[in-house]
Write a protein that binds this ligand. Structure first.
Ligand code: BTN
Length: 271
C-alpha cells in the first residue's frame, strides 16, 4: 500500500485500503492525494511491477492531467472516483485477441455497480467506452496497452460520483452529471469502489471464459441503438442508424451502402 500524501484524502478512503486488499482480488493499492493521470502512473510501473502485486489499483483523490480517448481530457475534482487497475491480462487468462473487448466489458461492470444507486433509471453503455445514466455521461473508460507488451493491460475509469454538475454551465450540464445528481444524495466513494472492483473481476473473468451473456448484454444495453449516428475514423465519416453491437464488439450501422461493422474511431454525434 502507498499513500502519496495524507492531506486532503478523506479518512474513509484510507480506511478502505485494507478492505480493498482483503475483500477483492487486488494485491496492491496506491492512493494519491493528487496525480497527473492514474493511467500514466500505471503505464510507468507496468514494465517492472512484480507479478505477485497484480492486479494493482492506482486511486487518486484529484487528477489534473487525466486523459480520455483521442484528444479527450478527464479532469477530476474531489468527490469523483478516479482510478486505474494494472492487470496481468495474460494470467487471467485473456489472450491479446480479446483485449479490444475489455472496454465494453468494463463498461458493463460499471453499469452493474451504478444501476443499484438509481433504480428505474436507464443506465446504458455508449460504445465503446462510456456509461450514461438517463442519456448523460457519468463514466469514461480508457484501456491502454503498455509499450513493453508483457501481457499487462491498464484499465482507467473515471466516475462522476459526488462532484455535482448542478452549478456547471448549461452546455455541460445537459451532457454530463454525477451519480449524486442522479440519485439525489451523496454516495460513499470507497463503498462504490469496493463494489466496482468486485463487478470488474466478475466481468473480466466472464470475458476470459467466453461467457455468452456478455455480448448479449453489451448489445442489449447499447445507448446508441435506434439512433442516427455520425461516426468518424480519420477522414472517413459514416452516417447510419445504429443496430446495436455484435459479438465481436463492433458497432453495427445501417448506412445507404448496407450494414457496416465499426471497429474503431469515434462517435461524433447522435440523435
Ligand atoms: C473518455 O471519456 O474518453 C475516457 C475517460 C477516462 C478517464 C479515466 S480517469 C482515470 C484514468 N486516468 C486517466 O488519465 N484517464 C482514465
Amino acid at each position: 500500500m502507498t499513500i502519496s500524501s495524507h492531506h486532503e484524502i478523506p479518512a474513509g478512503w484510507q480506511a478502505a485500503i485494507p478492505r480493498l486488499l482483503t475483500e477483492t482480488v487486488l494485491r496492491e493499492v496506491e492512493l494519491h492525494s493528487e496525480i497527473g493521470s492514474t493511467n500514466d502512473r500505471a503505464l510507468v510501473i507496468a514494465a517492472s511491477h512484480p507479478s505477485e502485486k497484480l492486479p494493482c489499483l492506482i486511486w487518486a483523490h484529484r487528477q489534473h492531467a487525466g486523459r480520455g480517448r483521442g484528444s479527450n481530457s478527464w479532469w477530476a475534482q474531489s468527490g469523483a472516483l478516479t482510478f486505474t487497475i494494472l492487470l496481468d491480462a495474460l494470467a487471467l487468462p485473456l489472450p491479446e485477441t480479446r483485449w479490444p473487448l475489455l472496454s465494453l466489458t468494463t463498461g458493463l461492470a460499471v453499469r452493474a455497480a451504478l444501476a443499484r444507486y438509481c433504480p428505474g433509471f436507464d443506465v446504458a453503455i455508449k460504445w465503446p467506452n462510456d456509461v450514461y445514466i438517463q442519456g448523460k455521461k457519468i463514466c469514461g473508460i480508457l484501456v491502454e496497452v503498455p509499450p513493453v507488451r508483457n501481457g499487462r493491460v491498464v484499465v482507467g475509469i473515471g466516475v462522476n460520483v459526488n462532484n455535482s454538475f448542478e452549478a456547471a454551465p448549461l452546455e455541460l450540464k445537459s451532457k454530463a452529471w454525477s451519480l449524486s445528481d442522479a440519485c439525489g444524495e451523496s454516495v460513499d466513494v470507497p463503498e462504490l469502489l469496493l463494489d466496482l472492483v468486485g463487478h470488474l473481476h466478475e466481468h473480466w473473468q466472464a470475458l476470459s471464459e467466453g461467457a455468452e451473456w456478455l455480448p448479449r448484454l453489451w448489445d442489449q444495453e447499447c445507448l446508441l441503438r435506434g439512433r442516427m449516428v455520425k461516426h468518424v475514423m480519420g477522414d472517413r465519416v459514416t452516417h447510419g442508424e445504429c443496430l446495436g453491437v455484435d459479438v465481436e464488439g463492433c458497432l453495427l450501422l445501417e448506412t445507404d451502402q448496407g450494414v457496416r461493422r465499426i471497429l474503431g474511431g469515434v462517435i461524433e454525434s447522435w440523435h
